[in-house]
Design a protein around this ligand. Structure first.
Ligand code: GLU
Length: 280
């Protein structure tokens, strides 16, 4: 078993991160498996080395130890680019210059029961699909044309989920992807790869067998599994855990400094106190 914890260095770790990291770490150790630490610093405009330092310090304080060196996404931009070029050869990657406002304007009056937003933002209706990869410019994002490759159900992949809310085997269907996700972004002008694209490449390269992460990423798994399948990458087992919420039921955000691990440390709490706060 190989499990990873993959925080983004864009703010301090809070109770929600501590829960995710401890759960993943405990599972790996209980199985005699490996626990890897990856720093998801894809978005270089928001990542800060000082946040990374604090993340490592907080994890260490919590009693979490990782196997091997820390992996940083920023060290792998070339391999993301190479994978993107490989995928483009299949003929389904196209450049897109639509702004958020363009995408919103292209969406017709919302239909009842059909979501406007998916795990990749507003569902994109394929305005730029006629453009070709060869015609891309540095100012374009690159998207994957789902309508070109989604085959009949017998050709589609599936993933196994072991988390408490959605346990079971989930088929990835063409209909699901087209209506609930839309053509995903694979790269942006100032970003070598999008989150979904980088994550599946990272997980495959580090041979992750089990992805343990928050329930907010469950919906994104359909898209990530689909991209893995298109690239011929192996599928990990997924476990999406409950989210830690504040007293109003809102999930914690990075800016929620009141629940930063650093603050509990400063208040004299122990790692055992943090475990009990998150129900572990
Ligand atoms: N870096 C992502 C985050 O902080 C997690 C990536 C993943 O688990 O797939 O939300």
């Amino acid at each position: 078993m190989i499990i990873r914890f993959a925080p983004s260095p864009t703010g301090p770790l809070h109770l929600g991160h501590a829960y995710s990291a401890l759960l993943a770490h405990d599972m790996a150790r209980a199985q005699g498996g490996k626990f890897l630490l990856r720093i998801d610093d894809l978005d270089q405009s928001r990542a800060r080395p000082e946040w990374e330092d604090l993340i490592l310090e907080d994890l260490h304080w919590l009693g979490i130890r990782w196997d091997g060196p820390v992996r940083r996404q920023s060290d792998h931009f070339e391999s993301y680019q190479a994978a993107l070029t490989g995928l483009a050869k299949l003929g389904a990657v196209y450049p897109c210059r639509c702004s958020r406002a363009d995408i919103a304007a292209a969406a017709n009056a919302p239909q009842e029961g059909v979501p406007d937003f998916g795990p990749d933002g507003r569902i994109y209706l394929g305005t730029c699909r006629a453009r070709t990869f060869e015609d891309r410019t540095p100012n374009d994002a690159l998207r994957y044309d789902l309508s070109k490759t989604v085959g009949p159900p017998s050709r589609m992949p599936a993933f196994t989920e072991t988390g408490p809310t959605h346990a079971g085997i989930h088929d990835v269907t063409a209909k699901h992807l087209l209506t609930r996700v839309g053509d995903p972004v694979l790269a942006r002008p100032a970003m070598a790869a999008s989150y979904h694209f980088a994550v599946i490449l990272d997980d495959a390269e580090t041979r992750v067998t089990d992805v343990i992460r928050g329930e907010d990423l469950f919906e994104a798994t359909y898209l990530q599994r689909f991209l893995q399948w298109e690239l011929g990458l192996p599928a990990p087992t997924y476990h999406h855990h409950r989210l830690i919420r504040d007293e109003n039921g809102k999930r914690l955000a990075k800016r929620d400094d009141a629940r930063a691990i650093l603050k509990y440390r400063a208040d004299g709490e122990s790692p055992a106190d943090i475990r009990s706060r998150v129900g572990l």
